[in-house]
Design a protein around this ligand. Sequence first.
Ligand SMILES: Nc1nc2c(ncn2[C@@H]2O[C@H](COP(=O)(O)OP(=O)(O)OP(=O)(O)O)[C@@H](O)[C@H]2O)c(=O)[nH]1
Ligand SMILES: [Mg+2]
Length: 445
Amino acid sequence: MFFASLSCSPAVFLEIFSCSSPSLDSLPEDHLLSFEFYQFSCVWTNMDDPFDSYPEEIKECQQALMNNDPAAAAAKIQEYLEKQKNIPLNIAVTGETGSGKSSFVNAVRGIDDEDERAAPTGCVETTMEVTPYPHPKYPNVIFWDLPGIGTTNFPADKYLEHVGFEKFDFFIIISADRFRENDVKLAQEIQKMEKKFYFVRSKIDHNIQDEKRSKKNFDAEKTLTRIREDCIQVLQKQGIEAPQVFLVSSFELHLYDFSLLHETLERELPDHKKNALLFAMPNINREIIKKKKEAFQAQIKYYAALSALVAGVPVPRLSTTVDLGMMVAVIRKYLLGFGLDESSLQRLAGSTGVPYEDLFAVIKSALALKQITVDLLQKLITQIVSTGLLMITKEGSRFIPLIGFLVSVSLSFTATYKILSLILNELADDAQRVFEKALGLDMAV
Ligand SMILES: Nc1nc2c(ncn2[C@@H]2O[C@H](COP(=O)(O)OP(=O)(O)OP(=O)(O)O)[C@@H](O)[C@H]2O)c(=O)[nH]1
Ligand SMILES: [Mg+2]
């Protein structure tokens, strides 16, 4: 039985496992905990985690522990993580023909227009059907390329029925010029359906280039402000109260208002959908990379708990077992999220014109761009332990540990937590360096 080998009762274990603010002072003296386990309980219960959207699984997990059933507790955590991964996000992209809908759908998904998964683009390719384009790395996030309202000849209300508006989390209405009557009617109808909409003024790179060519005293900020204000005024005149307009170039998402668009969407989405949006965003600024890292970090306690609850394998020099297979899967997610896989880096080199070798040269982690295997990870962990970066044993033995399972649970939890955090930090740093190199922001290096 799970608690049979513990020197404290299930109730005490759960008190530590689930209390909102565990404190050493408040623990009964006859149940002295090892420092490691104290850390385990603190991290598990006390971390500020804005991404927790399925706390009921976690409650069920605690219940399973109460029933002396670690396998069921682990299954509940798995279920929670699986649900997190599959939270659907459906984004409708609409606007008049030629406005740049399909290009936007491709750019946000980090896909070249020539890619076989790309939405067809060009002067003569007209989007005629409602077409879903799942994100290549996060298929739960789907961008829907919609035919322009003018293309269908439906009035706004019938148009919304035609495209199946219920399934969309929000609408992006794109125009390459001032917004027209059709855009406004559509927005008003979307509002009636109690859905959100955002205006994207596309091809802003064109305007900037034109202005640069024609004006002696060219000022990019002034030009952008003028275009933004003009769009807002036109929309207000036609009856949209406080239109949210974002100036975007699908060829240069890191410039202009795309970051602002992401921030706004993130702010206005329900909490449990924020992560789905974040992971689907390309790494176009430092803030997005930082937020992805925080979101990954917030999940580590669950993986560490899983590792502690299931039988892992011993790693040389680590004096505890960890679930290496699970860790491999998690690290692969980090590589994808940060674009530190081979194909993402190739594509980044292609789209920025910075040679692949130059991007490769700023990467320091031994795991970036690798095919992650259990073997590779095991070697790396052994290396980390021998360099003294990870002192699980020493820290554990400095304190009076509880005997038996509790110690192994706490050590496994702590080891997994520390290893994943260490790897995540390194990969996030690599992602920042690659981003800076790609955009030529690394002059000081
Ligand atoms: N310079 C520039 N050109 C863009 C941008 N977005 C789209 N384009 C170009 O505009 C043209 C039309 O883009 P599409 O993405 O096919 O437009 P669409 O709204 O899907 O068009 P339809 O499917 O015909 O309704 C293409 O030649 C794109 O390359 C942009 O941000 N900047
Ligand atoms: Mg199109």
